[in-house]
Each structure stands twice: as structure tokens, then as C-alpha cells.
Write a protein that binds this ligand. Structure first.
Ligand code: PSU
Ligand code: MN
Length: 309
């Protein structure tokens, strides 16, 4: 382990530090999915399988978290086990990051705070099954995930299976367009809905050629680029089934007065229960398949950089 930057301490695992130093492809991963997405031990097992999938794609995985007031780029097996099994590790999004760092605390990074960390560390690719978006009813709650705002600020390519149907995906796409965030759909005409193949919203651009996607990222767009890849057919959940479970989960959330930071987790777990764990299963599968695509795209980008420098 080594530390750099006095202002924001960043601690790298040896493997990630060397890979970055040698210009080998690295894919950043969030840790909020470990602490708040799935339950133990599925979360630990999935985190390992996600890392293995990034490697299969040809890149080095760097799962990100906050510990002892430092950004950790890369988590060891023991780190992942601790984060997966201990309770009370807070969700740290971009707005929380400076406070947790200054207090010397720890936390699990969301997509937004992982993008901050990845950019600081010089990592161009990040993979997650889905990012946060415009929540349903946002016209009154104003609940719009800071993942979207961070996408406009951090120059990182986000490889994902879209965003979950618990959100308003049409408004999420509108928001990304307004905020000038490029969205590329890989392997589908539609913007996928995490564990459903389609959100019903058409993607503005479809590119299946991975070298061309690498080229898009290499143009240096001043902010994030979203690259979506749909869930594999055998992993996808039927959209009607998911929608019914979501509608029910939303009603419960309103009844229970759940809003704000805890809403995403509440909805995801309610939907998992309503589908008898089908969506949780799909969640794990999608995390893994997406990570492999992320690994391949980061590798394509590294090759592009080598031949054009
Ligand atoms: N999976 C999703 N959507 C999500 C999340 C996981 O399909 O939003 C998790 C991610 O960690 C994401 C965070 O960064 O929730 C967003 O939370 P919020 O909506 O509170 O910004
Ligand atoms: Mn929110």
C-alpha cells in the first residue's frame, strides 16, 4: 500500500498502483452495492465474482471505498469480507465525501463518489450494474440522484446495464440529454433497465464495435460518458413482473414515509422480496456480466491509447 496527495489521501493496493503506473487497463467499482445492495454472504461472493469478471474482460479491478479518512483504490479480499459482513457502514455519496474524509471515517461509495475517486486516481473506466437517476415523483420530491450530476463533472466512462425501473427512466434520459452526457447503447437499440432488457426508451446512439466506443471515450468529452449493455437474456426479469413489484414497493415507501438517502435501498429490497428473490438473483448476474463488458472496453481503450500515442 502507498499513499499519495496530501489534500485527499488516496491509498492504492499494490496491484492497482502498478497497473496504473504501467498504463494497463483498470476498471473502478463501487462499494455501496456491497454494503447496501445485497445481503451477506451474497454481497461478498458477488463482489469477488465482479472482480473476476473485470479480469476476464482483460482489466484490473479496483473496488473503491473510504477508510480511515482516505480513499481506497482497490480492496483486498479481507477488506471486501469486512465491508460485506459488518453492519452500519454508511453510504457515502459525493455530498458526504469531504465530511467523511475530514472526520477520518469510513464508508461505502456510490456511483457518484466512486466517480470522484476514479478521476482523482486517473482511472478512465467505471462499471456498475446501474446508476441512480430521476426518481418517480421527482416533480414534487426533487429526488434526483447525485450520480447524474456527478456524471457531468467527472471524466469517467460508466459501463452499466442502464438504471433500475424503480426510477423514472424516461426522465432520467431527458436529464442526461439536458446535462450533455453522451449515452451509448452497446448490443441493443434501447436503454436497458438493469435487470430488464429494455426500459422502453430508445438509446440515442447504438455502437456495438468496442474499438469505436474506445475511440468515443478517447475524444476527451469534458465529463462522463455512459455506455449501457443489456442483461443477458437468461438473466433478465420480465418487465411486467418487475413493474408490478415496483408499483407495490412505491406504495409501501409512501405509506412508510421513506424518502431521501434510504429510498433506493428500501425500494430495491422491497422489489427483491416481492419477486421471491428473482430480482436479487438477476442483480448479481447483471453486476457480473456488466463488469466483464467494462473490462473489455477498458482494455480496448488502453489498446487505442497505445496505438495512438
Ligand atoms: N443500483 C441501481 N440503482 C442505484 C444503486 C444501485 O440500480 O441507485 C445504488 C448505487 O450505489 C447508486 C446509489 O450510486 O444507489 C444511488 O443512490 P441515490 O439514488 O440515493 O443517489
Ligand atoms: Mn436521492
Amino acid at each position: 500500500m502507498s499513499t499519495t496527495s496530501p489534500a485527499i489521501p488516496i491509498v492504492y493496493t499494490e496491484e492497482v498502483r502498478e497497473a496504473l503506473h504501467e498504463g494497463r487497463p483498470v476498471v473502478a467499482l463501487e462499494s455501496n452495492g456491497i454494503t447496501h445492495g445485497l445481503t451477506y454472504p451474497h454481497n461478498a461472493e458477488t463482489a469477488h465474482r465482479v472482480e473476476a469478471a473485470v479480469r476476464k474482460g482483460g482489466s484490473v479491478p479496483a473496488t473503491i471505498c473510504i477508510e480511515d479518512g482516505a480513499i481506497r483504490i482497490g480492496m483486498t479480499e479481507r477488506d471486501i469480507e469486512r465491508f460485506a459482513s459488518e453492519s452500519g457502514i454508511p453510504k457515502v455519496s459525493s455530498r458526504d465525501l469531504p465530511i467523511v474524509l475530514a472526520r477520518g471515517g469510513r464508508g461505502a461509495t456510490t456511483v457518484a463518489s466512486s466517480l470522484v475517486a476514479a478521476e482523482l486516481a486517473g482511472i478512465t473506466f467505471f462499471s456498475s450494474a446501474g446508476f441512480g437517476g430521476v426518481h418517480r415523483g421527482a416533480e414534487t420530491t426533487m429526488d434526483i440522484s447525485s450520480d447524474l450530476i456527478q456524471l457531468t463533472r467527472s471524466k469517467v466512462a460508466v459501463v452499466c446495464a442502464g438504471a433500475k425501473m424503480i426510477l423514472d427512466l424516461r426522465l432520467t434520459m431527458e436529464y442526461l440529454e439536458t446535462q450533455c452526457v453522451p449515452v451509448i447503447s452497446h448490443g441493443s437499440d434501447d436503454f436497458p433497465a438493469f435487470y430488464c432488457a429494455s426500459s422502453g426508451v430508445k438509446a440515442p446512439h447504438r455502437i456495438d464495435d468496442e474499438d469505436l466506443i474506445a475511440k468515443v471515450v478517447a475524444t476527451g468529452h469534458p465529463g462522463g460518458v455512459v455506455v449501457t449493455t443489456p442483461p443477458r437474456e437468461e438473466d433478465a426479469v420480465d418487465a411486467a413482473e418487475a413493474e408490478a413489484a415496483i408499483a407495490d414497493a412505491l406504495r409501501r415507501a409512501t405509506r412508510d414515509g421513506v424518502a431521501g438517502q434510504g429510498l433506493t435501498k428500501y425500494l430495491m429490497h422491497a422489489v427483491d422480496r416481492a419477486t421471491g428473490g428473482r430480482t436479487a438473483q438477476a442483480n448479481m448476474a447483471v453486476l457480473i456480466s456488466t463488469a466483464e463488458v467494462g473490462g473489455r472496453l477498458a482494455a480496448a481503450y488502453a489498446r487505442h491509447r497505445t496505438t495512438h500515442s
